[in-house]
Design a protein. Sequence first.
Length: 272
Amino acid sequence: MGTRLVVRTLSELCVTVGTLIVLLVVYVLYWTGVRANSAMDSEVHRLQERWSAAAGGGQLPGQDPGARTGGNGGTGAAAGTDTPASPSATGQGTGAGKGAGGTGPGAKTAPRKNPPPSGESFAVMYIPRLGRSWAKPVLQGTGTDVLKKGLGHYDGTAGPGQTGNFAVAGHRRTYGDPLKDLPELRSGDPVVVTDGTTWFTYVVDGAPFTTRPDDVGVIDPVPAESGYRGPGRYLTLTTCEPEWGHSHRLIVWAHLDATRPMADGKPKALLS
């Protein structure tokens, strides 16, 4: 009887532990995703409602006027067209080499004007390559709680459309898997961001780059490994690598290609 009791007790313990492990896996892989997707959808909806209300007043409170004018310093495009960014805005025709212009590794972007409070959403990002319905909110900061609700904007980096590096982070797995398919991005793919007044269309400049977690230079104003030759208006996307680990970081760089007033409708990249 003693042996049978021990065997039965151990069997029940194994079943209990196995059940707990299964429940933990379901929570990490499924339930966190359900909650995160719901939170991200809520953030996008809240932003759209706020922007609609602000549009009725003619101005979005706290918005940086320099960012609204577009990537080439103009005042927006005519209806039905996107305003292309100038070569100097994209950094494709400036400087003599990587990191030119006095903004090499270790340099800091000028702080964004009127940055939103930490944890507050202020933009929506669209990446057509990742799906026609792929739309994620961008929130200020990259803390753990922030990344549970969407993509996080690195403090101290440029805002959408501004000169410098608009650097954004997101989970590869768990919490909605927002950047799970980041390796699918290729040179020429558009990444569209809106702040409620302007559509900013960035274009990817190459396959994803892999580096160490401590390589903070990837979010410099002119990242040394990006191939950019001088100051411009750039976008950096970062996530974990490999897919189920965090020993490295996966990086995608893009440059501002065009802008368009939000009132004129969606840019071409979101209509194709």
